[in-house]
Design a protein around this ligand. Structure first.
Ligand code: NAP
Length: 302
């Protein structure tokens, strides 16, 4: 059996087209487009490339995009004042502070200063609480878990009553996706187990999974024999295992592998995400979805 591939690269295109169409309609009706500000402190090359990708995507879907670059020695007080300025700016619906930020600034204090109603990353404790309560309380589900749920739904995988096993319990992936999948409602209503380094017999838990979500950051952690035949396997792991020369650009690029032994797993699973090209492209896509949602909340139409 060869599993159906669940491609984030394809699903991203569908969702970005949907967002673009909705932004156009809302602009015609309300004369307003969603505003997203990205605050970048310093010149970390990886941060610059993430921010660039976010900016390009925001432009593509028709958002007002503000890139606010600040010097590496900005004081904590000045950064907090900047966030306060955007909190009060009605043309801005989403505020992102690109991490990491320099050590002299308290990261928690900065992230908690973002108005929870503009926290489109969904990491503010208020939004974590809203996610836990579920239902109509949820404003901004965190982007990677939201992308995972969207992929499962769009792949047509039944979640109601499914055994979902999540490998990993981080605050950005494992815990929120487990919480989302157990909520009562569409795309969820599953029976959820989380496994981690303290789990006895991880293999036995994974073998029960109708939907196996792996976010450990350990290449090849999940062996093919741990997969239930026909299961949906979502591999969140992105592990750099070496370098190669790109055929397209002739430049050195990282060789990426997931947490699942993909080649063998695809012969057992019913559906599976590859790495790269699986979950990866979904995170920025869902960030755009949250920013659009934020403007709809502001307009009272969400
Ligand atoms: P993290 O904060 O390091 O958490 C990893 C989790 O996996 C921890 O809960 C850890 O357990 C568990 N774990 C690690 N090794 C394990 C093992 N041998 N057996 C069982 N559990 C194990 O990582 P993260 O931020 O959630 O990210 C996980 C992976 O997803 C990384 O490869 C990351 O690059 C990738 N990722 C991708 C995207 C994307 O594609 N958009 C977004 C976010 C993350 P303990 O809690 O017991 O230590």
């Amino acid at each position: 059996m060869t599993a159906k591939l669940i491609l984030g690269t394809e699903i991203r295109e569908q969702i970005l087209e949907e967002i673009t169409a909705e932004v156009k309609e809302l602009k015609e009706e309300y004369g307003k487009v969603p505003g997203l500000v990205t605050i970048l402190v310093g010149e970390n090359p990886a941060s610059i490339s993430y921010v660039t990708l976010k900016i390009q995507t925001a432009h593509r879907v028709g958002f007002k995009e503000v890139q606010d670059s600040q010097p590496v020695d900005i004081s904590e007080a000045d950064l907090l004042a900047l966030i306060d300025k955007y909190n009060k700016d009605d043309s801005i619906n989403g505020i992102l502070v690109q991490l990491p930020i320099p050590k002299h600034i308290n990261e928690k204090k900065v992230l908690n200063a973002i108005d929870p109603d503009k926290d489109v990353d969904g990491f503010h404790p208020v939004n974590v609480g809203r996610l836990m309560i579920g239902g109509s309380e949820v404003k901004f589900p965190p982007c990677t878990p939201a992308g995972i749920q969207e992929m499962i739904v769009r792949a047509g995988v039944e979640t109601k009553g499914a055994e979902v096993v999540v490998v990993g319990r981080s605050n950005i992936v494992g815990k929120p996706i487990a919480n989302m999948m157990l909520q009562k409602g569409p795309g969820a209503n599953a029976t959820v187990t989380i496994v981690h380094t303290g789990t006895k017999n991880m293999e036995a838990h994974c073998k029960r999974a109708d939907i196996l979500i792996v976010a450990a950051g350990v290449p090849g952690l999940v062996k093919p024999e741990w997969i239930k035949p026909g299961a949906c396997v979502i591999d969140v792991g992105v592990n750099r295992v070496g370098e190669k020369i790109s055929e397209k650009t002739g430049k050195k690029v990282a060789i990426l592998k997931g947490d699942v032994d993909f080649d063998a797993a695809k012969e057992i699973a019913g559906s599976i995400t590859p790495v790269p090209g699986g979950v990866g492209p979904m995170t920025i896509t869902m960030l755009m979805k949250n920013t659009l949602k934020s403007m709809k909340f502001q307009l009272g139409i969400a």
